[in-house]
Design a protein around this ligand. Sequence first.
Ligand code: ATP
Ligand code: MG
Length: 352
Amino acid sequence: STTARKSLTIGLIPADGIGREVIPAAKQAILALGSDLPKTEFVELLAGFEYFKRTGTALPEETVEILKYDCDCALFGAVSSPSKKVVGYSSPIVALRKELDLYANIRPVISVAPTPDEKPSVDLVVVRENTECLYIKQEELTIGPNGKEARATRLITERASRRIGQIAFELASKRPRKHLTVIHKSNVLSVTDGLFRETVCAVPLLPEVNGRYNDVTVMEQLVDSAVYRLFREPQIFDVMVAPNLYGDIISDAAAALVGSLGLVPSINAGHDFVMGEPVHGSAPDIAGQSIANPLASIRSAALMLRHLGYNKGAGRLDIAVDQVIREDQVLTPDLGGKSKTEEVVEAVLKKI
Ligand code: ATP
Ligand code: MG
């Protein structure tokens, strides 16, 4: 809880490409919050594809140890993924999610309303299971009578479905609309998606829940029709919960509804650790030009702080970002502006 913490240690893992430009921006924004946070320290940590090319490892043991034992939370920038498979390289972000058991990926997608009094037309949160489904990467290629055959194993467990369901219900119960959409395809995949759906929908009946989710309305939606409705009438959605693969696709699709990837934040959350991460990648096409949009990272810092209970500080970051977009219109090129990363950061700091 927030009251118990006398100091806050935040790990910073800028990693590759524009990660190195946007994570320092988030750090500055957090520092500007001053006494809204306890005494805050930052630890810079190494990881990424560039680091791999220098050293042969993408995620040094030391980074994991410091995160586990010294940090309360972390901010991750982005990793470059090589276009061809590189021997010995595997993504450090995937490894970190596993090492720290960050089983929930939470992505709020919110449009900025023209005025502060208007409701945003899109205001939803995608809660994606982060550890299993097709992403356990158990694939095999065999030769059958008619040529090559590729198979992938899809794992859905009751444990992982229950804990993601708990996160989703908890989040929905705290939002004004208190609405949860459970995404699946159990008409076709009745065993795997059937288990996901059944387990998530049963969360309100768990003894420890004690009626807390009685006022959350639940809608089930097949993934194909969910995407269709997301584009036609995004306002019907509040919290959406999905297995790993559907969640991955839906959250990128939802990001497209609000403009640039450079605006969309996320957190990876586990039982006792949280890591903020902008949804965008390392953007090699614009890296090093000081035109990366830092707002997704600043919003990721806000999400991380809110998850830890620092609602006031988080709120100040979110409001500052909204004002910079709506009023100042200090915007990087991805949003149609001409400003540099530093100019956007300066504008945010001024608003804070
Ligand atoms: P990666 O393999 O690291 O994901 P990518 O080539 O897929 O790299 P993304 O980072 O996913 O690149 O970005 C996709 C597009 O969106 C790119 O053209 C990139 O320049 C743009 N973009 C992404 N993030 C930002 C940002 N923060 N500011 C401005 N443009 C961005
Ligand atoms: Mg990408």
